[in-house]
Design a protein around this ligand. Structure first.
Ligand code: CP
Ligand code: NVA
Length: 330
């Protein structure tokens, strides 16, 4: 039977089968080809979507906006603080109001429970644009980028360096397990993903012929890696006070030239972005002044190297988000 996810929410990859993920990746590739060739695809003209952001964003917001406009839709953006949600109106009431006006709702915020509650009441598809626990639309872009550069997903050795229990680390572990990549979290044990999620990922990986490994050892974690991935050391919503201890814990997990040399010669470097690879940001400059650390999760040399595919990855956010919107609203 042909894959059909019309009317579904997109809240976490755990809700999706490998076949459904494959379908979204193929759809994204078609959309990318059409965009490159200048072929119009206003397939959802007449529909409207709303983007609710309780945390800041560049890529996710712009991807939803451009994807929505390319598909011919009206798009409303509500920034952190400009809606009544949470402060004067409950999630359930907000969901029911927006569901009467819009055909789909994107939500970026704090707990995963919030986006799940929004979905339970909205009556229209809800897409998770990042919560503290998961970042599923990022995963589609990451898988697409790996396939473009390495020509395959199955059997790829994928290593995540750094804060492995954040939204991106958690989601990558599930994405790899679903799509047959061997996942390694290389991190201090205190920043390993939660045990129950690791168990779940291992069970999924066993079905798909791949593995999930956790290690504190940098050499073990990187040897033989096809993909080296990292994310910022302190995520949105975490207090500034954690910077000092996080730097102490993660300094040796920085992706620098030495680290990349442990991976395969053909390895690619990935990052969801934004990234602290120099001191050209306000926070980057503050951290450099306070702690003397000028490059954090990735050295500038690696970020700017030929192995780095971070801007392809960023572009693919838009094509994959377009696939999700189209497939769930068509
Ligand atoms: N990668 C990502 O989600 O980026 P934004 O925070 O800019 O949306
Ligand atoms: N872990 C990061 C991801 C940003 C896209 C954060 O939550 O801030």
């Amino acid at each position: 039977m042909a894959t059909n996810i019309a009317g579904r929410h997109f809240l976490k990859l755990l809700d999706y089968t490998p076949e459904e993920i494959r379908y979204l990746l193929d759809l994204a590739k078609n959309f990318k080809d059409m965009k490159r060739a200048g072929v119009p695809h206003r397939y959802l003209a007449g529909k409207n979507i709303v983007l609710l952001f309780e945390k800041t964003s560049t890529r996710t917001r712009c991807s939803f906006e451009v994807a929505g406009m390319d598909l011919g839709m009206g798009v409303t953006y509500l920034d952190p603080g400009s809606s009544q949600m949470g402060k004067k109106e409950s999630i359930a009431d907000t969901a029911r109001v927006l569901g009467r006006m819009y055909d789909g709702i994107e939500y970026r915020g704090f707990s995963q429970e919030l986006v799940e509650e929004l979905a339970a009441y909205a009556g229209v598809p809800v897409w998770n644009g990042l919560t503290d626990q998961f970042h599923p639309t990022q995963m589609l872009a990451d898988l697409m980028t790996i396939e473009e550069h390495l020509g395959r997903l199955k059997g790829v050795n994928f290593t995540f360096m750094g804060d492995a229990r954040n939204n991106v680390g958690n989601s990558l572990m599930i994405a790899c397990a679903k799509m047959g990549l061997n996942f390694t979290a290389c991190a201090p044990a205190s920043l390993f993903p939660q045990e129950d999620l690791v168990e779940t990922a291992r069970a999924i990986a066993a079905e798909n012929g791949c593995t999930v490994r956790l290690t504190e050892d940098v050499t073990e974690g990187l040897t033989g890696a096809d993909v080296v991935y990292t994310d910022i050391w302190v995520s949105m919503g975490e207090p500034d006070e954690v910077w000092e201890s996080r730097i102490g814990l993660l300094r040796k997990y920085q992706v620098n030239r030495e680290a990349m040399n442990l991976a395969k010669d053909t390895a690619i470097f990935m990052h969801c972005l934004p990234s602290f690879h120099d001191t050209k940001t306000t926070i980057g400059a503050q951290i450099a002044e306070k702690f003397g650390v000028k490059e954090m999760e990735v050295a500038d040399e690696v970020f700017e190297s030929r192995q780095s595919v971070v801007f392809d990855e960023a572009e693919n956010r838009m094509h994959t988000i377009k696939a999700v919107i189209y497939a769930t609203l068509k």
